[in-house]
Design a binder for this molecule. Structure first.
Ligand code: SF4
Length: 626
């Protein structure tokens, strides 16, 4: 068994209630690492082409990151993936917290869940043991109630819970997986896949982490970070991810009223500073992290009585349910955040779906029958909160919006598709691509649909600083403007996104600013491998290619790599007023990306020689099944 791993993967079949433990050797782990790398491997290897995302033949795969459990900030994440019911493409999402570490303690690196249970169940995995338990009494209950009942039932308050909410049970296509109430694997609708399998939760607990090769190497980096946390992460520590609201607003990059504008007149009311000074009651950390950027807020009384037990809104939520819906009432946004957590809904897609509906309503596209008395203008906090509830319950207009904006626009008809901002069916996250053109390219080509995590944030590479210093070691020597989409930017994009995919397999938190060499040092310390940046970049490249191959096998092609039209029009306000993405330049960048990735420009399929160079020639066989 390699250091850092248990060498064991648990397979659970919910149809026949069987379990099985499979062992993988060191070369498997060194090739795919963990997290997304392992999820992508199994989804591509084991799913049949054309499988129904909500049927018994889809599989849910949880995989802890390579570093999960190492005593260092940010080493806490896991991926959960399946064929996405939102996009019909490869789907996965990541979450931090403590769950991944506990899975490793419980004796497993990953869990493959297949089949479909007839009755609601949950999994209880503890020190190698596995039980499939009845969850009939939990079905339909909010996540907080279920969390409490589960910890009682397993008689261990230190067990960790990954669960879906009633939204996942009702197959909301962007239902998420909620980890211990505070950490969310938000995107691509994996919660709905669990709901279709009648799997309410996976509860884990264990007593022993796998051995580490050289603990002192890991500890040295942990110490360096702890000593410098104020300088490196002081803003996040104090204000959380909401620290970015004000800066983005000044730039004109705070998504406002369904991305029609980039500045919001009530941005200050949503900022991290305002949260700190009004409703913040505590801060929380993930495993071994001194940053403690997670917010805990409380609102007593009034129409939006927010409980501290659900934590607090992150930046994405503040923008999605706040500025992007034209709402500057922090209590209302925090309440909507709590509703999303209780129902198990991705806040980005939920907010985006509501903003879409608001713009449709404004343009007279929703009938009285659909509106059922809702006054759905931008800025109406009461209507926004009502709609979150209705989406979670799949009631009225909420039932339509629970399908995601792409399907909802098709059903509404007329001009509705113009207001449905998505890529491959996944709603656009709260980062404005007109102020970061490389990010726009990333939205378009992301195998999971629009995503801001495994993407390039151009601002970090537009001037001297930590971001540029990092990529200089990869050979990108000059800063590149945020609006650049030249071949030089595409090259930076290729290198950077390979790294981000590797990070999703190593599973480090992106807010902990380790440089490339420090991440390599951590991997060496945990595994004992004499690894390099180059080897880890290749893992990232391998992962993108497996995800891309999955999508090509499902019938996706270059025509699906596109951006909503809105981003080719000028930003109306802010410091970058008048800036748009030039369509011709964007198309050329797309073409260059395909060439640099060695993907067929007509089909999007990775070339055989590229797959062979990556050591995953078996992927060519999967591509031949299309
Ligand atoms: S920086 Fe924040 S999100 Fe990241 S590991 Fe630390 S507490 Fe968790």
């Amino acid at each position: 068994m390699p250091n850092g791993y248990n060498g064991k993967i648990l397979r659970v079949n919910l149809s026949n209630r069987s379990t099985q433990v499979e062992e993988q050797g060191e070369n498997f782990y060194r090739t795919y690492l963990g997290g997304r790398g392992i999820v992508a491997y199994y989804l591509l290897k084991e799913l049949e082409r054309g499988v129904d995302p909500l049927g018994p033949d889809n599989k849910v795969i949880f995989a802890a990151g390579l570093l999960a459990g190492a005593p260092v900030a940010g080493a806490c994440r896991s991926s959960v993936g399946a064929k996405s019911p939102l996009t019909g493409a490869y789907g996965d999402a990541e979450a931090g917290g403590f769950w991944a570490v506990e899975l490793k303690r419980a004796g497993y690196d990953a869990i493959i869940i297949e089949g479909q249970s007839k009755k609601p169940v949950y999994l209880w995995i503890h020190d190698g043991g596995v039980e499939i338990r009845d969850a009939g009494h939990l079905w339909g209950k909010p996540t907080l109630d279920v969390q409490k009942v589960l910890l009682k039932e397993v008689e261990d308050h230190r067990a960790r819970v990954a669960q879906i909410g009633p939204g996942g049970e009702r197959l909301v296509r962007y239902a998420c997986v909620v980890h211990d109430l505070h950490h969310f694997a938000g995107r691509t609708g994996i919660g709905a896949v669990m709901g279709a399998k009648k799997l309410r939760a996976v509860v884990v607990r264990g007593s022993k982490l796998p051995p580490m090769a050289e603990r002192d190497r890991v500890k040295a980096i942990a110490r360096w970070f702890a000593d410098n946390v104020q300088t490196l992460s002081g803003q996040f520590q104090k204000y959380g991810t909401g620290a970015t609201v004000s800066d983005l607003n000044t730039l004109g990059g705070l998504p406002t009223r369904n991305f029609r504008e980039g500045t919001f007149e009530r941005a200050d009311d949503l900022s991290g500073e305002t949260m700190l000074n009004t409703i913040l009651v505590d801060r929380r950390a993930c495993y071994a992290c001194p940053v403690r950027c997670k917010r805990v807020v409380e609102v007593k009384g009034g129409p939006y009585p927010v409980s501290a037990e659900y934590g607090g809104a992150e930046y994405e939520t503040l923008a999605a349910l706040g500025s992007n819906c034209g709402i500057g009432d922090l209590a209302a946004v925090s309440w909507a955040n709590q509703l999303c957590a209780a129902h198990g809904l991705d806040t980005i897609s939920t907010g985006a779906a509501i903003a879409f509906a608001m713009e449709c309503a404004e343009n007279g596209l929703l009938s009285d029958d659909q509106l059922q008395g809702l006054d759905l203008g931008f800025g109406n906090a009461t209507a926004m909160v009502q709609l979150v509830q209705m989406i979670g319950e799949r009631r009225g207009l909420g039932d339509l919006l629970a399908e995601g904006v792409q399907r909802a626009a098709e059903a509404i008809g007329g001009d509705a598709a113009r207001y449905a901002l998505h890529v491959k069916g996944q709603e656009v996250p709260m980062h404005e691509p007109r102020i970061k053109h490389g990010l726009g390219l990333g939205y378009a080509v992301s195998p999971t649909g629009a995503d801001h995590v495994h993407n390039l944030h151009d601002t970090a590479f537009a001037q001297e600083g930590r971001g540029l210093n990092g990529v200089q070691a990869l050979g990108v020597l000059e800063p590149l403007p945020v609006t650049d989409l030249s071949p030089a930017k595409v090259r930076l994009f290729v290198y950077r996104t390979m790294w981000m995919h590797a990070i999703n397999s190593i599973s480090m938190c992106l807010f902990v600013p380790f440089n490339y060499d420090q991440v390599v040092e951590l991997v060496r310390g945990v595994t004992g491998w004499n690894t390099t940046v180059w080897e880890l970049l290749k893992v990232g490249e391998r992962t993108i290619n497996m995800m891309q191959a999955f999508n090509v096998r499902e019938g996706f092609g270059p025509g699906d790599d596109k951006l909503p039209d809105r981003f080719f029009t000028s930003l109306p306000d802010g410091m970058m007023q008048g800036v748009s993405i030039n369509r011709g330049t964007f198309e050329k960048a797309l073409e260059r990306y395909y060439q640099m990735m060695s993907w067929d420009e007509d089909t999007g399929a990775p070339k055989d020689y590229k797959l062979e160079e990556l050591g995953i020639g078996w992927v060519s066989d999967e591509l031949r099944k299309r």
